[in-house]
Design a protein around this ligand. Structure first.
Ligand code: HEM
Ligand code: HEM
Length: 456
């Protein structure tokens, strides 16, 4: 590690490279989200441009938010807090930087392939086989770096954030291979119902075993530090960890309640979806009691307020998700924008906000420089907060209109004019989020490369 003499602070280049990756792809991904949302208002506008068709733009948007923005943002924080909590140095800065470079090459390759129409056509597993292999290699490199860091630790206690970070990358490295059927390079798929089951086992694990544990790791690190309160309960943190692993791994089939999969599998997925309330509330009780009496401190800290908002979104996405797994509810909410609202509430409101909080918390520490503009972080916070809330409200309304119309036997074309106005609202709200992403990119670039404050 190098030493930054001006602030006597060790620069963590690996974490910085992942932070930059996240900020860059956040801006890129939201731009694709805007194009996708625009397309749904005016589908004929770009009718003859192949690579701008909805079927190509949508998977690009989704893969970029998952693997370009949220995951690298959360990993940037983990590459900082794992060595800190182990009271040692990151195993290899060089490995981390090369890892980030390969990560970006993988994403660029993946987008190029999707734009050109090369896809495996399975939601969240669209990327073609060579890109899948690169993703697995990327996860293996992260695992090596984190595991070797933990091996050389000087702190005997393994704090819960470390558990979450390591579990996330190890489990995702594994389920990615299974879900993408990497032993069948040509199709990346099995056939029939078994394929759907295995796809959604993997699909929900991307949220449950990658984004969620990485986010909880960040929350468990940032909240006690900013509030200067000890963690409320070590025991609760362990119950929450094992509860999450036991319950989350069995709920993928709740995406397939309308499909002829075996009933016993549906029952397990429904029961465990409801049981998700246990690990989520255990975590929330623990983290909110840790923050008790310190909301002022949290609100005064630009990074902690992102993380805290993330925990509030986690509460709502859990309550909503458990309800959505009930067949009676899903009869209205499935196959429409209600689910898209839930997706943005979870991936953006919960995991995305937490990733941004983690990123801003570690940025001054990993760069050795103060944040260029805390005001811009605050502005980004409000834009993304209002954007996430706004998306959820608008898309939930659209979902209810669509769900009830279809339940009453309305034809799709009669419903479309009714929801047009909400689609326009989504684009308007999207400008807030995309604006926030570009402001964040600017602020992070200024912090690292053109930061007058650092010279003072
Ligand atoms: C914590 C408890 C949660 C439960 C019980 C739950 C439940 C569900 C259910 C039942 C669906 C399927 C809805 C349908 O197709 O009709 C779903 C979809 C989805 N969930 Fe969750 N959810 C939870 C948390 C989360 C979190 C934390 C995230 C993100 C980090 C998330 C992201 C998503 C996404 C992106 C989809 C859409 C998948 C698709 O494309 O169809 N969920 N969830
Ligand atoms: C400018 C802001 C954004 C806009 C305009 C936007 C728009 C869209 C659109 C149009 C879709 C396709 C919906 C459909 O198939 O009907 C979509 C899907 C999705 N977006 Fe975004 N998005 C934005 C930002 C984000 C961010 C920041 C995240 C996460 C951090 C995100 C996560 C997702 C996910 C997970 C899906 C898949 C939903 C599902 O399959 O149910 N989006 N978005």
């Amino acid at each position: 590690m190098e030493l930054n003499t001006s602030m006597n602070q060790e620069i963590n280049k690996a974490a910085l490279a992942f932070a930059l990756t996240s900020a860059f792809w956040f801006a890129f991904a939201t731009s694709f989200g805007m194009i996708a949302a625009g397309y749904l208002i005016a589908p004929d506008f770009m009718a003859n441009i192949g690579w701008l068709q909805f079927g190509r733009i949508r998977p690009i948007h989704v893969n970029l938010v998952l693997f370009g923005f949220v995951t690298p943002g959360l990993l940037a924080a983990a590459l900082h807090y794992v060595p800190k909590l182990c009271r040692t140095r990151l195993f290899s800065q060089k490995l981390g930087v090369y890892n980030a470079i390969l990560w970006n090459i993988t994403l660029a390759f993946g987008i190029a392939a999707l734009s050109a129409g090369y896809t495996q056509g399975r939601e969240y597993a669209e990327l073609i086989w060579p890109v899948d292999m690169l993703i697995v290699v990327n996860f293996v490199l992260v695992i090596i770096n984190l595991a070797m860091t933990i091996r050389s630790r000087k702190e005997p206690t393994l704090y819960v954030s470390i558990w979450y970070a390591l579990a996330a990358v190890v489990l995702t490295g594994t389920t990615y291979c299974i879900g993408n059927i990497i032993w069948k390079p040509d199709t990346g798929a099995l056939v029939g119902i078994p394929d759907a089951i295995i796809l959604w086992f993997y699909g929900h694990n991307i949220f449950g075993l990658l984004l969620t544990p990485l986010s909880l790791g960040v929350a468990y690190y940032v909240i006690p530090r900013v509030t200067r309160n000890p963690l409320y309960s070590h025991t609760l943190s362990l119950i929450g960890f094992w509860g999450l692993l036991v319950v989350y791994t069995h709920i993928g089939t709740h995406h397939l309640l309308q499909v002829p999969v075996p009933t016993w599998l549906k029952v397990i997925s429904i029961v465990d979806s409801v049981a998700m309330v246990i690990p989520v509330m255990v975590f929330l009780i623990n983290i909110w009691y840790t923050a008790k009496g310190k909301l002022g401190e949290i609100h005064a800290d630009v990074s902690a307020k992102f993380v805290f908002a993330g925990t509030v979104f986690y509460f709502f996405v859990n309550i909503q998700g458990s309800m959505m797994a009930l067949p009676q509810v899903q009869r209205v909410t499935h196959f429409n924008n209600w689910v898209v609202g839930h997706a943005h509430l979870g991936v953006l409101g919960f995991a995305g906000m937490t990733a941004l909080g983690g990123l801003y918390y570690v940025l001054p520490k990993i760069s050795g420089k103060p944040i260029y503009s805390p005001f811009l972080v605050d502005l980004q916070y409000w834009l993304v907060l209002i954007g996430s809330g706004g998306f959820t409200i608008v898309l939930t309304i659209v979902g209810l209109i669509q769900g009830n119309a279809w339940l009453n036997g309305e034809t799709v074309y009669r419903v479309l004019p009714e929801i047009q106005i909400y689609y326009i609202l989504r684009v308007a709200i999207g400008f807030l989020i995309a604006g926030g992403a570009y402001i964040g990119l600017y602020n992070i670039l200024r912090t690292i490369f053109f930061n007058p404050g650092a010279k003072a």
